[in-house]
Design a binder for this molecule. Structure first.
Ligand SMILES: Cc1cc2nc3c(=O)[nH]c(=O)nc-3n(C[C@H](O)[C@H](O)[C@H](O)COP(=O)(O)OP(=O)(O)OC[C@H]3O[C@@H](n4cnc5c(N)ncnc54)[C@H](O)[C@@H]3O)c2cc1C
Ligand code: FES
Length: 302
């Protein structure tokens, strides 16, 4: 049989006006390249968490390393492994990046044992970020549970450094026990930020606790939220943002104006290994920051 294959004609291809839109994926930057870095300072926050200040050794690479609030890096402990960690410092700080790390297992347990001067590797920055530009002129409500305050520090620095561009800023922070509160040494400094309200709450107080007791959702009684004019950033355990976002939705904040950061096990951080996918979505590339509408429509996202 003689089959004649038609000649390829580019004019028959569908017309494309621009590069394909991969659902607002993050822009891939210095991805595969690792930066040799040094731990320059360590702040012990609680029995489980420490803040590591990490400096990229090469001054040119350090200067070029930029990120936006909500993005993460892959932190490598040579010979041990690599873990994804949210950047917890100001995006305008070019001297070092701050990573708040909880000892959870093998790699983070080894990182916990590091001292100043230790050499580590940094890859990134990776992932999507909180849409700080879109929030301009609006109220910003930042809600954190437990370790969720770590990724929230970067947007807090941002709104402080661009204070005139945002309206009211509210931070709600809850932990299970008083001993788990992170960054309380910064609370005074945050409360001095113009028109910023910070409320904290504890679920299981000890005898010395003089503050509020209850769940993070109990704090909603103490604040006024203008649903037409508010963006929310919610970080914490998935069960927390289920309840928090349901409340915010009920009072009229559109789910596209609530942002959460999802956590999945990760390996490459750049959409290659399929470790972090939720359906057809990669948490490392399409996230970790998602609007809540997207999360609600992603099966098994939370
Ligand atoms: C985008 C992103 C940002 C993150 N930011 C931070 C941060 O700022 N600070 C911080 O301390 N941790 C953060 N994590 C979680 C951190 O990456 C994990 O705790 C770490 O990878 C655990 O590695 P390990 O070898 O120490 O533990 P393993 O020995 O591998 O595991 C210990 C335990 O942790 C669980 N676990 C491992 N990885 C994850 C994960 N990704 N999500 C949920 N549970 C996990 C395991 O199921 C196991 O129960 C982040 C994770 C992601 C995906
Ligand atoms: S971590 Fe490899 S695809 Fe997301």
């Amino acid at each position: 049989m003689n089959i004649k294959i038609p000649e390829y004609d580019i004019n028959l291809e569908p017309f494309m006006t621009g590069p394909p839109d991969f659902n607002n994926k993050s822009v891939l930057m210095q991805t595969e390249k690792g930066f040799k870095s040094e731990v320059i300072n360590i702040v012990k926050l609680t029995a489980q968490e420490k803040l590591f200040q990490i400096r990229i050794l090469d001054s040119c690479e350090r200067e070029k390393f930029t990120f936006l609030p909500g993005q993460f890096v892959m932190l490598e402990l040579p010979g041990c492994g690599e873990v994804p960690i949210s950047i917890s410092s100001s995006s305008s700080n070019r001297e070092f990046i701050g990573l708040c790390i909880r000892k959870a297992g093998k790699v983070t347990g080894m990182i916990d044992r590091l001292g100043p001067g230790a050499i580590v590797g940094i890859r990134g920055p990776f992932g999507t970020h909180f849409p700080m530009q879109r929030m301009k002129g609006r109220n910003v409500l930042l809600i954190a549970g437990g370790l969720g305050i770590a990724p929230l520090r970067s947007p807090i620095y941002w709104v402080n450094e661009h204070r005139s561009e945002y309206n009211d800023i509210t931070i709600l922070y809850g932990t299970r026990e008083p001993g788990q509160i992170l960054f309380d040494y910064q609370f005074e400094e945050w409360q001095k930020i113009y028109n910023l309200k910070l409320l904290t709450i504890i679920q299981e107080p000890d005898d010395n606790w003089k503050g509020r007791v209850g769940l993070i959702t109990d704090l909603f009684k103490e604040i006024r939220i203008d649903p037409d004019n508010t963006f929310a950033i919610v970080c914490g355990p998935p069960v927390m943002f289920k309840f928090v976002c349901a409340y915010l939705g009920n009072i009229g904040i559109p789910r596209q104006r609530m942002f959460v950061s999802l956590e999945r096990r990760m390996h490459c951080g750049m959409g290659k290994c399929c470790r972090c996918n939720v359906g057809s979505t990669f948490t490392c590339l399409d996230g970790p920051v998602f609007d809540y509408w997207t999360v609600m429509n992603l099966k098994e996202a939370i």
